[in-house]
Design a binder for this molecule. Structure first.
Ligand SMILES: [Zn+2]
Length: 432
């Protein structure tokens, strides 16, 4: 039951992602037919102005101040212990660092967009706890509207019982249906009868993290924003030649589960998948710098690659996706064979990237590595993950926010894409 609910959730995410990806087309078609574009204006979203914690390790209260009342749904996740609260899309205007320090039963909390129209707050708990009481207060006596959650310590048995499907609401943002654009989707997916099929190779660009998941952070810069800006610049550069169709896994600050990113690459029959990230090294582990290119492997090429894959694979837990309900991988000989070929292409692209990037970009001292990244697991799509640099390193951070550096890096990556497809097409042609 629970498993099915989660699959449905992931599927809906994927559909909404697809809707988001197709939105630009839909808007054009819609406008041509005199329909109004997306009805949700940014200024209409409720605004959260303050969030605070009170209480102790037995009972902890969370209060979110808002400019209007909202609906919400809460559910718990185990291993690690989390409570997820889905709310309509909210404009969070909270002080920097809000949620990073915990109190009582709450270790920390994060907030952000989880899909168009839906925001999410994810609480990391110090141990098993349930929401004993939750309500929304209307503005009164000079106080703003407030969302109040009261956490109470329980034992693991009681916590696990609270996870039963009957007591758990659907894993779906509270207001998603209100802003879903089924009409736009229909318009977008209906094939235009006169348009010839687009046979260009599809390149999927995957800016890491997003929404509720910030990725690594340093000096006021979030990985999710840095890699989104970079990904969009890379898209523009690759699209310029007209030789490829570029699909983004996200074009705004939305959380996308790892499995959905993989699914987008597979469903688009992508010829290449490029995941964009930025790393950070904990201060106690010294300093590291430069870009690194990662491919998928069962065994990590070194301890740093292993640490990084572990950190990147945590994205789902950070975004409030239940890891225990992920579908298990199918051990199939055909998939295995496809994977082997895919890995050969992945490695070829990684080497081409390395060849191009090292002439313009500062690379890590071991720039080619591999590890078990979940986002690289499409069995049929050559995939690489690029860590552009370390936000924990002063020089790298300066590069990451520099327009000039971005432009040079994007240029060298686009050349590697050209080289990759030139070789593929050349080797494919004589076989015909
Ligand atoms: Zn990352």
């Amino acid at each position: 039951m629970a498993s099915r609910a989660n699959h449905r959730f992931l599927l809906e995410c994927a559909l909404l992602c697809a809707a988001a990806l197709l939105c630009s087309d839909a808007t054009i078609v819609g406008a041509a037919e005199g329909q109004s574009p997306n009805p949700v204006a940014a200024s209409n979203f409720p605004i959260a102005t303050d969030a605070r914690l009170a209480g102790d390790a037995k009972q902890t209260r969370f209060v979110l101040d808002l400019d209007k009342t909202i609906q919400f749904r809460a559910f718990a996740l185990a291993d690690p212990y989390r409570v997820v609260v889905d709310i309509p899309q909210v404009s969070f205007q909270l002080a920097a660092g809000t949620g990073s320090a915990g109190r009582g039963l709450i270790k920390a909390f994060r907030y952000g967009l989880v899909m168009p129209g839906g925001s999410r707050i994810v609480f990391d708990l110090t141990g098993p706890a349930v929401i004993a009481n939750s309500y929304v207060l209307e503005a009164a006596n000079g106080q703003p509207s407030r969302l109040v959650l009261e956490f109470e310590e329980v034992d693991r048995t009681a916590f696990v019982q609270s996870l039963t499907p009957e007591s758990r609401p659907e894993l779906r943002p509270a207001i998603a249906e209100a802003v879903a654009t089924p009409v736009a989707v229909e318009v977008a997916v209906a094939p235009k009868p006169s348009a010839p099929p687009d046979l260009r190779p599809v390149v999927v660009i995957d800016p890491g993290h997003g929404g509720v998941d910030n990725g690594t952070q340093a000096g006021g810069e979030s990985e999710k924003n840095l890699v989104l800006g970079f990904g969009l610049a890379l898209r523009d550069r690759i699209e310029k030649s007209g030789k490829y169709r570029v699909v983004m896994t996200r074009t705004d600050d939305t959380f996308i589960p790892l499995a959905d990113r993989v699914r987008i690459a597979h469903n688009q029959s992508a010829a290449l998948f490029v995941s964009i990230h930025a790393d950070a090294l904990p201060r106690r582990e010294g300093d590291a710098q430069g870009a690194t290119i990662y491919t998928l492997s069962d065994r990590a090429s070194d301890a740093e690659a292993e640490r990084l894959a572990e950190a990147e694979n945590k994205a789902d837990a950070i975004g409030g996706v239940n890891l225990t309900e992920e579908p298990t991988e199918v051990a199939d000989i055909l998939i295995d064979l496809a994977q082997r070929e895919t890995r050969t292409f992945s490695n070829r692209f990684a080497r081409l990237l390395m060849g191009q990037m090292k002439t313009t970009v500062r690379m890590h001292k071991h720039p080619l590595k591999s590890a078990g990244f979940r986002v690289l697991k499409a069995p049929d799509v050559p995939s690489v993950l690029i860590e552009l640099g370390y936000v924990s390193n002063k020089g790298d951070l300066e590069h990451l926010v520099s327009e000039n550096w971005r432009s040079r890096t994007v240029g060298s990556m686009a050349q590697a894409v050209d080289a990759f497809f030139a070789k593929r097409l050349a080797t494919a042609a004589p076989a015909n």
